[in-house]
Design a protein around this ligand. Structure first.
Ligand code: AMP
Ligand code: MG
Length: 422
């Protein structure tokens, strides 16, 4: 395969997402919709609220009959859940609780706090007793009108909306026991390397644990997708070929290792043998340069370098936005923020450097300060563990002094999402 020059990070991100489409839709019960993205708009089947009702615990009155100091008999008792369509007789009031349907004839609610019952101010009178009011109400006061929140047949949730608590409450309240959402991508994970063993065999002589696969599976699940961890693949051409072919039954494939220029790096050849079109290989990036992306029909393949930090960082930069787009999200890229370097950094200008950093708000200046978490080698997992994200030292820049303004890319639960790639 001809070695093309490494491409810039943002170009790699663009080339990936432009080839990704959301998966097909499926219907899920509303109780399973959390975190899913709506594949179809939701319209209300009901008026919300469904009837004119009280916004307060108090008395439903005819405003024409009440002045400050008026006393009137209580003839109706309307708790929440009372039958709607009851009439309020002239010259009387109804005791009414929040949410209860307003009786026919009433046009305002006076809160109990603005009344005096037989046992004292602010205490409810019972039906048959008299209540005195301290205020003259305005017509419409403390009434929630039928349909004032949502009218029947109006769109309440657009396609592409992510279902969180408020969205699910809205769908349920407007009559939907289930919703159409984009299918969750299933993502196969293929670890390659003669040196790898699963965690149960940790400590085996001359072997290292397939740690990346567990970490990536967690990130795949965190992204709302389904991780399918396949058995470790030795550095063997034909085993790699058949493992890739098997993995391609999933919506997306993440391979780990074997994608560089090592004598026994078979992943790219295996992808081609399985009919994958390699869109690009190599990004001007550290950590994570020898990354490849390809497609086979609707399926996409992300070939991650094996070094732990390279694998996890390229997942965040390239795989996560793609999985979000497949899941139906329109905001697929992490929102960056500005921060000041707490210390000088020195990099090479031929590629972008993503440096693991912690972020702290400087109390005095109210500026975010980014400090390096430790050694930045591609295999140094310990400095990623304590990182809030990465400072981006762009391609073309080498040394930066302490105090320089930089862009900071949050990771994990610090991320908020935006549409634009950068
Ligand atoms: P490679 O990209 O295949 O050349 O792998 C580079 C290095 O990354 C290897 O020497 C391993 O130390 C490490 N490595 C590769 N695959 C994994 C994995 N699945 N989990 C943890 N470390 C790995
Ligand atoms: Mg390898």
């Amino acid at each position: 395969m001809p070695a093309t020059p490494p491409i810039p990070v943002v170009e790699a991100q663009r080339r990936i997402v432009e080839r990704i489409e959301p998966l097909d839709a499926e219907r899920v019960p509303i109780t399973r919709a959390w975190g899913r993205v709506l594949a179809a708009a939701v319209s209300s089947e009901l008026d919300l609220p469904p009837w004119d009702n009280s916004a307060m615990d108090g008395y439903a009155v005819r405003t024409g009959e009440v002045r400050s100091g008026s006393s009137l008999p209580v003839v109706l008792d309307l708790p929440a859940g009372a039958r709607s369509g009851q009439s309020l007789p002239a010259g009387s009031v109804a005791r009414i609780m929040t949410g209860a349907p307003l009786p026919i004839g009433a046009d305002a609610v006076i809160p109990v706090e603005a009344s005096t019952g037989p046992t004292g101010p602010g205490v409810f009178a019972d039906p048959g007793e008299e209540v005195r009011f301290d205020v003259a109400p305005q017509s419409g006061a403390n009434i929630r009108c039928r349909g004032e929140d949502v009218g029947r047949d109006t769109v309440v949730l657009e396609r592409g909306v992510e279902c969180g608590g408020p969205q699910i409450a809205m769908a349920a309240s407007t009559g939907h026991a289930s919703v159409d959402v984009f299918r969750r991508p299933e993502v196969a994970i293929v670890s390659t390397g003669d040196e790898l063993v699963e965690v149960e065999a940790a400590g085996t002589e001359d072997r290292i644990v397939n740690g990346n696969a567990y970490g990536l599976a967690a990130k795949i699940e965190q992204a709302g997708c389904v991780a399918r961890m396949l058995p470790i693949v030795p550095d063997d051409r034909s085993v790699t070929n058949s493992a890739i072919a098997d993995a391609l039954t999933s919506d997306a494939v993440v391979t780990i290792g074997g994608v560089s220029v090592g004598g026994r790096d078979y992943v790219r050849d295996a992808l081609v043998a399985s009919g994958v079109e390699i869109v690009f290989w190599r990004v001007a990036l550290r950590p994570g340069g020898p990354f490849a992306f390809g497609t086979a029909g609707k399926r996409s393949v992300f070939a991650l370098p094996g070094n732990p930090v390279s694998a996890l960082v390229t997942f965040d930069l390239f795989v996560l936005p793609a999985l979000r787009k497949m899941s139906g999200h329109t905001r697929c890229f992490p929102r960056r923020q500005r921060a000041r370097l707490a210390e000088p950094v020195s990099t090479r200008s031929d590629k972008a450097y993503y440096l693991r950093c912690r972020l702290e708000l400087d109390a005095a200046s109210k500026e975010w300060r980014a400090s390096i978490t430790g050694p930045q080698g591609s295999g140094v997992l310990s400095s990623l563990v304590g990182a809030d994200g990465m400072v981006i030292v762009p391609q073309g820049v080498d040394d930066l002094p302490a105090g320089a303004w930089v862009e900071f890319l949050p990771i994990n639960d610090r991320v908020t999402w935006q549409e634009a790639v950068a």
